[in-house]
Design a protein around this ligand. Sequence first.
Ligand code: FMN
Length: 417
Amino acid sequence: MQIYHDQTDINQKKYFNQANFIDYRTQPRAYKKYPHFYQRFNLDDYEELKFIKNFGKITATKTYGKEKVDLRANPSAGGLYPCEIYIQIRAVKGFISGIYHYEALENNLTLIHELSNDGVEFYFKEKVQRKFVILISNAYFRSVWKYEKRAIRYLLLDTGHQLGSIISALELTDLEYEIDFNFDKNSLNEEFSFDNYESFYTSITVKSDKTNEPKKLRSPIINISACDYQLKELFVENFYKDCQKDEYEKIPNINLLNDIQNEQLENAINNRRSIRAFINESISEEDFLFITKNIFDFANKFGIEIYFVNNNIQGISKGLYKNVSLIKQGDFKDKMTNLALNQKLSGQSSFTLIFTSKVGHNYFYCYILTGFIAHILYLRATTLNLNCSGIGAYFDDSCKDFLETKNNIFYLFAIGK
Ligand SMILES: Cc1cc2nc3c(=O)[nH]c(=O)nc-3n(C[C@H](O)[C@H](O)[C@H](O)COP(=O)(O)O)c2cc1C
């Protein structure tokens, strides 16, 4: 996977030579919509399914000139929203057991396949019935349109944030869930007739009391284009294909949000936003410890090494930390701004985390989990009314030099006031 990572780096030369113009009128549509004659169900009408709204509902609207832009519960690089969500539902009273497509903008589920003795569980290692199977796919052209080859990284990060949104929604219920990366994505992509323009990246499954073994989907699912127009980018398709060789463990018992009361968590889901400029004030050590609670351990367990720069946390030495150990003392505000392609967010935060991972270590899954962890940070910081932003644009080589590491740099994440 290293060649893909190396080919999508940003260095000073590329940065200064790139053409910056992008014609926003050509942006592909950022949501998929099945034809009007498909059956739709509004989530507000089904108490047991209301939690699904939090996967990606509209939580704010911004106006740029004449353009109105809907912002969702999940963040997205460039606000391009490449992820789509499908959810297989079984045994919910008054609801047809079937595979549904989630329509974020309309708050609907669209029925795309009615279940008989079949089910998507057939494509998983453990072929037993689940109450819910939630599948996240990406329509890659939405991101490639703006970011070209570097989109491979943002697709993975966006997937992780989407995963975080779904898990925060599940945390508000009593459902027992786990992240399961290990399903036969290629076969399922075929069953959904995606034709490589869209592909599955990960899933979350929710336990059922039943132990029946579902059969292969009895008919292929009709596909419609996820964008209003799309171009092939073989670099992304080949990257995805190569990544499918990796396997990863299932992740149950995620304890990163369960110290937060439901009401507070719901408020955080509704109010999470990316900050555009910090006012450059400090935060307390207590707030820092609350936001990052269990985060370093969780990341390390999956081979993600987190560094952070303390720009402005009271009571802790300013400098560069690896996990929680100080490795370089000093004021690195200007340095951090520079590393993030001169974005002030990175230097004016109270602290900016830098997610890294060892070369050759489960690239696809570690990158998704990086986005997932960052999403947890968004929510934890929001419960304290603190602000944050993901930063996907940074100088790869300069970051590595500053950290004195050979690790790949995956993501920067700024938190502050
Ligand atoms: C993977 C990723 C990378 C991002 N990179 C940047 C960045 O480099 N600079 C920035 O200002 N915002 C960045 N953002 C924030 C997005 O612009 C923001 O999520 C999007 O506009 C939607 O706004 P919201 O998060 O407030 O809902 C990034 C977000 C994600 C998920």
